[in-house]
Design a protein around this ligand. Structure first.
Ligand code: ADP
Length: 387
């Protein structure tokens, strides 16, 4: 192995990504100095902000990267903090040279698929479906961002086990909170709840404030390259849905309902609202479809606790109203493990991938991202709407 040089060490550090921004620290201007003095190597690394929660991981990654090219060296890592000027330069670089903030997902040529998850009313499992879709997409190796815009619930961070995390802020740029997944690809999460000074604070979000919060979550957050962005909308047809329609007309909408006719009727309204805002409704997910009393023994009965046919009703009505097919994307059964997974911050698709609920959610995710086998090969137990 050649004797370590500053150049060699710099090359090694180019392989270290900032844990939050996910770009090489050499590109971000975080490598302030490299000193090679005989067998001792010192790397001086600048954190984006003081008290950066990732500093231990960064120190470890830097040490490992240097040790890979200089195994016998005596390595030390010194941490400093960027000046305001250095942070501004980094921010401009990250925005591709643009000083002005803009929503990357609404730009022509954006390769990110955007799905807004809507429901007519609360409690139908919209947030549970959203976190599981995010996890299912990450399972396929996709880079997934998740915006929790549900002003009433904002339960997404708890459902993903990051309820106490706050995003790191670099100047006016916010780093999404990374959620590790079994596939090794982090889900990047931001929640409207994280924009409040304190978690337990009650905020009466109104139209203009909501609009600002939504734009902040889309434009001020450094999302990096995403394959998919999921947005968990508040239930109903309120101001947030209108703001989303204005800022992200290209978002495709997924409507979540239960089988109950009353739930289905309000879900149709949420779908119609999306269409009025020129968004395409890509399909309907029926949650809490049935309870398989023998899901563990295999000798059970299918109990339709909330009745049946809700999603098919919504899909048929919306298909007729819009003149294009709005399919039922999947039927998710009731499963206590799904609820427990939400409470403990571990989505069922990650912890119990073999359950019927997890498989149905994975199939919905695959259909949305174009990875499914198509309707022909799917066992949804129902026929596509409009036939
Ligand atoms: P919403 O976002 O529509 O208000 P949530 O996702 O918060 O609804 O779900 C409401 C409650 O129902 C949560 O406690 C959740 O764990 C539970 N839940 C949702 N879907 C299921 C399901 N398929 N099986 C069991 N419990 C579920």
């Amino acid at each position: 192995m050649p004797a370590p040089t500053v150049e060699l060490v710099r090359e090694a550090l180019a392989k270290v990504n900032d844990p939050e921004i996910k770009r090489p620290i050499t590109d971000l201007g975080m490598v302030d100095d490299i000193i090679v003095d005989g067998a001792s190597i010192t790397a001086r690394i600048l954190l984006t902000v003081a008290g950066c929660p990732m500093k231990e991981r960064l120190t470890r990654d830097v040490t490992q990267a240097i040790a890979a090219v200089a195994p016998d060296a005596d390595i030390s890592v010194e941490l400093g903090v960027m000046t305001d000027e250095q942070r501004k330069t980094m921010q401009t670089n990250l925005r591709g040279g643009q000083a002005q903030k803009e929503i990357p997902f609404s730009q022509p040529g954006s390769l990110t698929k955007v799905f807004a998850i809507a429901s007519g009313k609360g409690g139908v499992g919209k947030s549970s479906v959203t976190v599981n879709l995010a996890m299912a997409m990450a399972n396929r190796g996709l880079k997934v961002g998740l915006v929790d815009a549900d002003i009433y619930g904002h339960s997404i961070p708890d459902m993903l086990g990051v309820g106490d995390s706050r995003p790191t802020q670099v100047e006016d740029m916010i780093m999404p909170v990374p959620v590790p997944t079994p596939s090794g690809t982090d889900i990047r999460v931001i929640s409207i709840g994280m924009l409040k000074p304190r978690k337990d604070q009650v905020v009466a979000w109104r139209g203009p404030m909501l609009d600002r919060a939504l734009v902040q979550m889309l434009a001020d957050v450094y999302w990096g390259d995403l394959d998919v962005l999921l947005l968990d909308l508040p239930p109903g047809t309120g101001d947030m849905a209108i703001s989303l329609g204005q800022h992200l007309a290209n978002a495709e909408v997924v409507v979540v309902t239960t089988p109950q006719p009353a739930a289905a009727t309000v879900a149709e309204r949420a779908g119609t609202m999306a269409s009025m805002l020129h968004q395409r409704v890509v399909g309907v997910v029926e949650n809490m479809s049935y309870l398989d009393t023998g899901s563990e023994t295999g000798a059970g009965q299918r109990l339709e606790i909330f009745g049946s046919g809700g999603a098919q009703q919504v899909a048929a009505t919306l298909s007729e109203r819009f003149g294009y097919e709005v399919p039922v994307l999947g039927e998710i059964p009731l499963d206590p493990r799904l609820r427990e997974g939400g409470d403990s911050g571990q989505p069922i698709v990650a912890t119990h991938p073999d359950t019927a609920a997890a498989q149905a959610l994975q199939e919905v995710a695959d259909r949305l991202t174009g990875r499914s086998r198509g309707l022909a090969g799917m066992q949804l137990g129902l026929s596509p709407a409009g036939r």
